[in-house]
Design a protein around this ligand. Structure first.
Ligand code: NDP
Ligand code: 8X3
Length: 257
């Protein structure tokens, strides 16, 4: 399906996969609507996306962890367009890497709010704008953490398993509408993800990728565009994308310094 002039909404577009996704869809000539909490960065990404070929790239503050913010965003969105062809539910991330015995309520709650309830809220709010039988797609960004839980990551893994369950339920609910529903599940990718997880500790974040050639945000953005641009009768239900160095969540090849 050609993406030129299609309307693509990306949540969490101020950095990482969302920002790279904006550039990749822009290069296809898509019209973009971007949301995240850091408005300044979001507006910069929108300007870069216009320079990269998006005929329209609009941005508005969005906190997917708040129903009020999602409603405000969608009120604004309806003034920009009455149609969204591709909804990319990407906003979210991890907070902390601790055993359950040491977990913090505020981290658990923030992850569930953004990674699980955020996907539900955005999908409920945007579904009325998705055209029937025209190749529309809800594309959720999951994680390999949904498929293989790891120690010290219980709440994050649970939140991403929740995202995968939502994806699978939604596909059943929308059967017959022509709206495609997919989950794109990346492995290790170097973005701001680990800096956020470790609450600003950049050197600890850097060590996650030591000796590894991780995915870049642009690799994941390529996969987003590929999934969304299949013909309307083709739905890529689930795609796992990992660095070649990461054979499995616990099996990562690291080169010595
Ligand atoms: P980044 O931290 O670089 O990007 C996360 C984006 O989500 C930012 O734009 C951030 O913007 C936004 N965001 C976070 N919380 C909210 C919120 N409550 N409301 C709105 N926007 C929010 O990380 P990634 O690009 O790596 O992460 C994107 C997605 O990919 C996440 O869902 C993450 O779990 C998932 N993922 C990441 C992997 C990795 O290894 N990097 C692997 C697998 C999945 P702002 O702070 O401005 O709101
Ligand atoms: C991010 C990948 O392996 O750090 O979802 O959980 S991982």
């Amino acid at each position: 399906m050609r993406l030129a002039d299609r309307w693509v909404l990306i949540t969490g577009a101020s950095s990482g996969f969302g920002a790279a996704g904006a550039m990749a869809f822009a290069a296809e000539g898509a019209r973009l609507v971007l949301g995240a909490r850091r408005e300044d960065r979001l507006k910069e990404i929108a300007a870069q996306a216009r320079a990269a070929g998006a005929p329209v790239a609009e941005a508005h503050r969005l906190d997917v962890a708040s129903t009020d913010s999602v409603q405000d965003f969608v009120r604004w969105l309806r003034e920009v367009t009455d149609r969204i062809d591709v909804l990319v539910n990407n906003a979210g991330g991890a907070l902390g890497l601790e055993p359950i015995a040491e977990g913090k309520d505020e981290d658990w709650e923030a992850m569930m709010q953004a990674n699980v309830l955020g996907v539900l809220r955005m999908t409920r709010a945007v579904l009325p704008l998705l055209p029937r039988d025209a190749g529309a797609m809800v594309l959720n960004i999951g994680s390999i953490a949904a498929r293989t839980p790891y120690e010290n990551g219980a709440a994050y893994c649970a939140s991403k398993a929740g995202e995968l369950a939502i994806t699978r339920s939604l596909r059943l609910e929308l059967n017959g509408t022509g709206i495609r529903v997919g989950s794109l599940d990346p492995g290790m990718a170097e973005t701001e993800f680990s800096v956020v997880r470790f609450k600003g500790d950049a050197s600890r974040a850097k060590r996650v990728y030591a000796g590894v050639h991780p995915l870049a945000a642009a690799d994941v953005a390529d996969a987003m565009v590929w999934m969304a641009s299949r013909p309307p009768h083709v739905c890529i239900d689930e795609m796992v994308i990992k660095p070649t160095d990461q054979a499995a969540i616990h099996k990562v090849h690291r080169r010595p310094d």
